[in-house]
Design a protein around this ligand. Structure first.
Ligand code: E4P
Length: 215
């Protein structure tokens, strides 16, 4: 499974890139707003740090507006991916961009029907929001495994990005459910490599090492 970072924070990205764990980055308008920087500057900087796909989201709600934003954003870097909402206009724009060879990520997917539509329209990536489904008492991860089954069954080329990831369990379950990618908040990622038994194990080894006779 590939790991994307779900952040607009360049410092977070630089830190995790050093570990070889960043296969791509996803952003959204809320994440960009947190940074207090110009959208284009943030995306251009991220695409210069990460060679994998970097999703940048359009904010227009009509097809022409989406396409005009998409064409502008697509010029910022070769690895930029246009993120579009799961609406009728979003599907039409996705299909148009697909025919032009521009990569897309259809976001805010909450049902198998929506994921299937986006995949058929030619989305490069589809983003089911696991955490937001769990928040309303639904089973977010069942959507991921269902989408994987449907994509495989019909030979559809979209990759599933398990999004709205809230905790380590989500990442592990996304891997088991067959998500191609999990997009993980930069603040959550360290929790993936930390374990209390690792920390206490290191402490014990260092204490015992003090008892070893030194030259
Ligand atoms: C994915 O592309 C979105 O940016 C993100 O995962 C949304 O997560 P949230 O539900 O925590 O806002």
């Amino acid at each position: 499974m590939k790991f994307f970072l779900d952040t607009g924070n360049v410092d977070e990205i630089k830190r995790i890139v050093k570990l070889g764990l960043v296969d791509g980055v996803t952003t959204n308008p809320s994440l960009i707003a947190k940074e207090g920087r110009v959208f284009k500057d943030v995306i251009k900087e991220i695409t210069s740090i990460v060679s994998g796909p970097v999703s940048a989201e359009v904010v227009s709600l009509d097809v022409n507006g989406m396409l005009s934003e998409a064409h502008e954003i697509a010029q910022w870097a070769p690895n930029v991916v246009i993120k579009l909402p799961m609406t009728e206009a979003g599907l039409e724009a996705t299909h148009h961009l697909h025919k032009e060879g521009i990569k897309t990520n259809v976001t805010l997917i909450f049902s198998i029907a929506q994921g299937l539509m986006a995949a058929k329209a030619g989305a490069s990536y589809i983003s089911p929001f696991v955490g937001r489904l769990d928040d309303i008492g639904a089973d977010g991860m069942a959507l991921v495994s269902g989408l994987r089954q449907v994509l495989d069954q019909y030979g559809l080329a979209s990759e599933i990005i398990a999004a709205s990831i809230r905790h380590i369990g989500h990442v592990e379950e996304a891997a088991l459910a067959g998500a191609h990618i999990a997009t993980i908040p930069g603040s959550l990622l360290p929790a993936l490599w930390k374990h209390p038994l690792t920390d206490s194990g290191i402490d014990r080894f260092l204490k015992d090492w003090e008892k070893v006779p030194k030259l």
